[in-house]
Write a protein that binds this ligand. Structure first.
Ligand code: IPE
Ligand code: IPE
Ligand code: MG
Length: 250
């Protein structure tokens, strides 16, 4: 493990890593267990990945925790996920403090239960001065919802004469998303072998490197995270330029 961490180039770290944590249900099914059993084990992966990301020096880690579409799951599973979230928030203070992690969220948290909202605000408040890494939980999040909110906000600013249509630029849009003040995603990881975006951060991943692995989320380890970072560091981010131009800039 230490060997792997030492191989990581600290000068070429992704500032923002986002993860679509997928495969809890299949992990449980492979063991003839209920889906909830997979989610419980997935929580341990969350802890591990937060620790290693902070240790390596990643500044922002966004975890897709519950999508707007996930409300369509059986009520029993949704209820269990929400209960687990509250439990996690109420028991993870030590992880957050020991690793200097600041907690925040993206998504429509106003639709979550009062108990969940309280657990969130309590932990966000307790961790607000932590400086090493920001952990962003995407909760009741979907990218199309976020884009609609953004358009509404900008439209209101136009109607209130705060901005002119002609002045709208990319920053105007970015500053009206849940992720304002965060860097764009450098590396997007999805576990479980699915290769799709599932309505996650469409704007923010415009130039992200994508990393798909067959490993199911409850099995995704610190070592696997380091391997994803090493894979990212092998890539050349060209942003439209040629490879030769990039080499000359170095
Ligand atoms: C990801 O695992 C966790 C959430 C979406 C909350 P899944 O529950 O989607 O697992 P699979 O895709 O059914 O295996
Ligand atoms: C995406 O996973 C949402 C989260 C990880 C929270 P899903 O398992 O719900 O995605 P789809 O529906 O299979 O694309
Ligand atoms: Mg899934």
């Amino acid at each position: 493990m230490e060997d792997l961490i030492n191989k990581i180039d600290k000068n070429k770290l992704p500032s923002h890593v986002a993860i679509i944590m997928d495969g809890n249900g299949r992990w449980a099914k492979q063991r003839n267990k209920e889906r909830v059993y997979g989610h419980q084990h997935g929580a341990q992966s969350v802890r591990n990945i937060c620790e290693i990301a902070a240790e390596i020096g990643v500044k922002y880690l966004t975890l897709y925790t519950f999508s707007k579409e996930n409300w369509a799951r059986p009520k029993q599973e949704v209820d269990a996920l929400m209960q687990m979230l509250i439990y996690y928030l109420n028991h993870e203070e030590k992880t957050f403090m020991d690793n200097q992690i600041r907690l925040t969220t993206i998504g429509d948290t106003s639709e979550l239960s009062i108990e969940t909202q309280e657990a969130l605000t309590t932990m966000m408040d307790k961790t607000k001065n932590n400086k090493k890494m920001t952990l962003v939980l995407a909760l009741n999040y979907s990218s199309k919802w976020e884009l609609v909110q953004m358009v509404k906000r900008i439209s209101e600013d136009i109607l209130a004469n705060k901005i002119k249509v002609l002045d709208i630029d990319e920053d105007t849009l970015a500053n009206n998303l849940c992720t304002k003040d965060m860097p764009d995603v450098d590396l997007l990881i999805r576990t479980s072998g699915e290769e799709r975006i599932s309505n996650f951060m469409l704007w923010q991943i415009a130039y992200s490197e994508l990393y798909f692995t067959d490993i199911l989320w409850p099995d995704f380890s610190k070592k696997d995270f380091c391997e994803a970072i090493l894979d990212y560091q092998k890539r050349e981010r060209r942003y439209g330029k040629t490879s030769e131009q990039i080499s000359e800039e170095k």
